[in-house]
Design a protein around this ligand. Structure first.
Ligand SMILES: [Cu+2]
Length: 677
C-alpha cells in the first residue's frame, strides 16, 4: 500500500499500538508510555501537520489514521480531531542553565490543535510529570459541557502523575484563535499551545484578504524556577518571584545571551508581497505586551475567536489570556526586520519589577541566504513600558464585525454587579485581628469586592460534581459574591498605591470559596472597577464558558449615570478575556445560558494565585437542551480511579448519589443518579 507523503509504516503501527494499548488500557500494556514517546518521536513535522488536520467520524476513533484521512477527503461533515498530549519533563538549556521543564509532547510551545468550526476534539492526556495537571481549553465555550473545562477541583479532580485523562468537546460557533494551557499553579508558563479554528466554509470565507500563510505567535516567559512552588509562594503572600526572560514561540532571542553566545530567536520567513495571518497569543503569566514589527503595519481582524472590524495599527497590545489575529503584508523593502515584544508595567509609584523585552525576526526570502547575517536588521521604535494608555486605546478600538449568525447583545440586563479588583490583606492567624499595612501579621491577597477566592485543601469532591449531585462540597465555606464592594471609596486614587492609614481601612479582606449563582438565561452586567489598592495594575478578566460583550471602558471611577449612557449595544466586541485598564473600568454584559460552574478570574497568574477569582454558577434551564447533562461515563471513572485501567468501579459510582458526595445533604437529587447511568 502506498502511504501518503510524510507517513511511514512505522507511524501506522506505533499509532495503532498506542491507541489499542493506552486508550483504554484494554491490554496489559506496561509500556504504554514508551509507545507514546515513540509515537511522538517518529512523528515528522509534516506528518504532524497532516495528523492535526485529520478527520474521522466519532465511531471510527480507534481506526488507524490512514483511513481517517481518506474519509476526510470525501466528507465535509463535522469531524473528530484527536490528539495525544504526553505531559512530561524535559531538559532545556537557556541562559547557561539547564532546567527540567514540564511540557507537552516534548515541545515548547506545545502542539497546535487545528480544527474546523463544528468539529469535535478528543485529547488524551498522559501525565508523566511529577505534578497534578489539568488542561483548560481557553475560550472554548463548552456549551452543556462544563465537565470538560479543565479547572482543578472546580470541574474535575486534577490528573495525578502517571494517570491518564481524556477530554472531549465540540468547537461550535467560533472562528479564529484560542489556546489551551495547564490550569494548575504556574505550570501554564510551559504547558500551553494554540488552538486554531478555521471557518466551516473554508478560508475563502474570511472577511479579510486570504492569507498566504497562518502563523501562531505565542508570547511567553522563561522561568528558572520551580513553577509549582511559585504558586504556593504567591498564595501565601510571598511575592518576590520573577521570570528570567520573555519569549516568542518559546525562543528568547538575541537580546539574551549565555556567556556571550546569543540565544536563538524566532524567525518568520516571508515572501515579498505575500499576506500573513499572525495568530497572537499572550501565554505570559505576568504582563501585557506591546508587539511591533519594524517597517510593517498590522490589520487586526479578530480577537478571542471573534471577528472584529478590521483596523490598522503599527502596534498590537495583548494581555495574558487574550488572542489577537492580525494580517501583515510583506510589503517592505526586502530585508530583515525585528519583531519585538515588550512587557508593559504600571508606572511608579507601583513597584517596578524586572521585565524583559524579547525579539524575533521577519526575514524576506529574497535576501541572499549566504549574505543574510551581513544585512542589517531594522528595529522598531517601541512605546515606553509605562504607556498604559496605548493599551487602553488599542482595546477601545475593538468592535465586533456583525455577522448574521451571531447572538445579538441583550438590550438590557437582569442583574448588575459592580466588582472592585485590587489587593487587600487577611490576618495570617485566622479569626484574629492583626496589624496591616505590610506588617507580617497580615498577608497580601488579591480580591473581588474584598473577598479572596480560596478552595480549602480538605476539598475532595470537585465543585461541579458537588453542584450537580446536590452535595455540600466538604470543607468549603462558600460565600455569595455581593453586588457591590463593602464600601465605596475613590477607587482609582493613586495615593492608595502605597501603604498608609487609609489603605488599612480598606484592606481587610475575607477568604472564601466565593460564588455567584445565576438563573439560566439571566442577562448579567458586570462593571469591573480596577482600583489603586496597593497597586495600579490592569486586570485581564477571563470568564469560562461564556463570551462577554464589552460595552464600554473608561479611566478613573465608573459613574453609572454618565457611563452606562455610552454603552455600545450595536457592535461591542465579544471577548472571553476583557482587559480592565490600569486605574480604570470595563463594563461587560453576558447571558448566563451555559449551565455549570465556571471560573471567572484574572489572567495574571499572581493575581489568580492570590485569590482574584470567583465561581459563577449557572443553573439548569427548563428543558433537557438547556440543562447540564450528567458527566460522561469516562469522566468519573478517570477522575476517581487510582489506576486508569480500572473500569469496574465506575458503574457503582453512577448508581449512588452518595458516592459523588463527600458530604451528602438533604437536597441531593436522586433523579440525577438515575439518569447518570
Ligand atoms: Cu488581575
Amino acid at each position: 500500500m502506498r502511504l501518503p507523503h510524510g507517513i511511514s509504516a512505522d507511524h501506522v503501527w506505533i499509532y495503532f499500538i498506542t491507541r489499542v494499548c493506552c486508550f483504554p488500557r484494554t491490554l496489559p500494556c506496561v509500556h504504554c508510555d514508551i509507545f507514546v514517546s515513540l509515537y511522538t518521536l517518529h512523528t515528522s513535522k509534516q506528518w504532524q501537520l497532516q495528523a492535526m488536520k485529520r478527520r474521522s467520524s466519532p465511531m471510527a476513533a480507534a481506526v488507524p489514521i490512514l483511513i481517517l484521512s481518506a474519509m476526510a477527503i470525501v466528507s465535509a461533515a463535522a469531524a473528530n480531531v484527536e490528539h495525544t498530549f504526553l505531559v512530561s519533563q524535559v531538559n532545556m538549556t537557556h541562559l547557561c542553565k539547564e532546567m527540567l521543564v514540564t511540557v507537552v509532547n516534548g515541545q515548547l510551545p506545545g502542539p497546535t490543535i487545528e480544527v474546523t468550526e463544528g468539529d469535535s476534539v478528543t485529547i488524551h492526556v498522559i501525565n508523566r510529570s511529577p505534578y497534578n495537571i489539568t488542561i483548560h481549553w481557553h475560550g472554548v465555550l463548552q456549551l452543556l459541557n462544563c465537565w470538560n473545562d479543565g479547572v482543578p477541583m472546580i470541574t474535575q479532580r486534577p490528573i495525578q502523575p502517571n494517570h491518564n485523562f481524556t477530554y472531549q468537546f465540540d468547537v461550535a460557533g467560533q472562528v479564529g484563535t484560542l489556546w489551551w494551557h495547564a490550569h494548575d499553579a504556574f505550570l501554564r508558563a510551559t504547558v500551553h499551545g494554540a488552538l486554531v479554528i478555521w471557518p466551516r466554509d473554508g478560508t475563502g470565507s474570511y472577511p479579510f484578504p486570504k492569507p498566504h500563510m497562518e502563523v501562531p505567535i505565542i508570547i511567553g516567559e522563561w522561568w528558572e524556577k520551580d513553577l509549582a512552588q511559585l504558586d504556593r509562594n504567591f498564595s501565601k503572600g510571598y511575592l518576590d518571584e520573577f521570570s528570567s526572560g520573555s519569549t516568542i514561540n518559546g525562543k528568547l532571542g538575541d537580546l539574551f545571551n549565555c556567556s556571550g553566545v546569543l540565544e536563538d530567536g524566532y524567525v518568520l520567513d516571508v515572501e515579498p508581497g505575500k499576506t500573513y495571518l499572525l495568530r497572537l497569543i499572550n501565554a505570559a503569566l505576568f504582563s501585557e505586551y506591546f508587539l511591533k514589527i519594524a517597517g510593517h503595519k498590522f490589520m487586526v481582524v479578530a480577537s478571542d475567536a471573534n471577528y472584529v472590524n478590521p483596523y490598522t495599527t503599527d502596534v498590537i497590545v495583548i494581555a495574558p489570556g487574550e488572542t489577537v489575529d492580525a494580517i501583515v503584508i510583506a510589503d517592505a523593502a526586502p530585508g530583515r526586520y525585528y519583531m519585538v515584544a515588550l512587557p508593559i508595567q504600571a508606572p511608579p509609584p507601583d513597584l517596578q519589577t524586572p521585565e524583559y523585552t524579547t525579539r524575533g525576526m521577519v526575514e524576506y526570502s529574497s535576501v541572499n541566504t549566504s549574505r543574510r547575517d551581513d544585512v542589517p536588521a531594522v528595529a522598531p521604535e517601541m512605546p515606553n513600558q509605562h504607556d498604559t494608555i496605548k493599551s487602553f486605546y488599542f482595546h477601545g478600538n475593538l468592535s465586533s464585525l456583525r455577522q448574521e449568525q451571531r447572538a445579538q447583545v441583550p438590550v438590557r440586563a437582569d442583574e448588575h454587579l459592580f466588582i472592585t479588583l485590587g489587593l487587600g490583606s487577611i490576618c495570617r492567624r485566622n479569626g484574629q485581628s492583626c496589624k496591616r499595612g505590610g506588617n507580617l501579621e497580615s498577608m497580601l491577597v488579591a480580591n473581588m469586592n474584598n473577598i479572596s477566592f480560596h478552595l480549602p485543601a480538605a476539598m475532595t469532591t470537585p465543585f461541579l460534581q458537588a453542584h450537580y449531585y446536590g452535595c455540600a462540597p466538604a470543607g468549603t465555606g462558600t460565600r455569595e459574591l455581593a453586588d457591590r464592594p463593602p464600601r465605596a471609596f475613590n477607587y482609582t486614587d493613586g495615593a492608595l498605591i502605597t501603604f498608609g492609614p487609609e489603605e488599612m481601612l480598606l484592606e481587610p479582606t475575607s477568604r472564601a470559596t466565593v460564588v455567584r449563582r445565576f438563573r439560566h438565561g439571566t442577562a448579567v452586567d458586570v462593571v469591573f472597577q480596577g482600583t489603586a489598592m496597593l497597586q495600579g495594575d490592569s486586570n485581564p478578566m477571563h470568564l469560562h464558558g461564556h463570551d462577554m460583550f464589552v460595552l464600554a471602558q473608561g479611566l478613573g471611577n465608573y459613574d453609572a449615570a454618565r457611563d452606562s449612557a455610552r454603552y455600545n449595544l450595536v457592535n461591542p466586541p465579544r471577548k472571553n478575556t476583557v482587559l480592565v485598564p490600569s486605574l480604570g473600568w470595563a463594563a461587560v454584559r453576558f447571558v448566563a445560558d451555559n449551565p455549570g460552574t465556571w471560573l471567572i478570574h484574572c489572567h495574571y497568574e499572581f493575581h489568580l494565585s492570590m485569590g482574584m477569582a470567583a465561581v459563577f454558577i449557572v443553573e439548569d434551564g427548563p428543558t433537557v437542551d438547556t440543562s447540564l447533562p450528567p458527566p460522561p461515563r469516562y469522566f468519573l471513572e478517570a477522575s476517581t480511579s487510582v489506576s486508569s485501567s480500572s473500569s469496574s468501579g465506575g458503574q457503582q459510582l453512577f448508581n449512588s448519589v452518595s458516592a459523588h458526595c463527600t458530604t451528602p445533604t438533604n437536597n441531593t437529587d436522586p433523579s440525577k443518579a438515575a439518569h447518570s447511568g
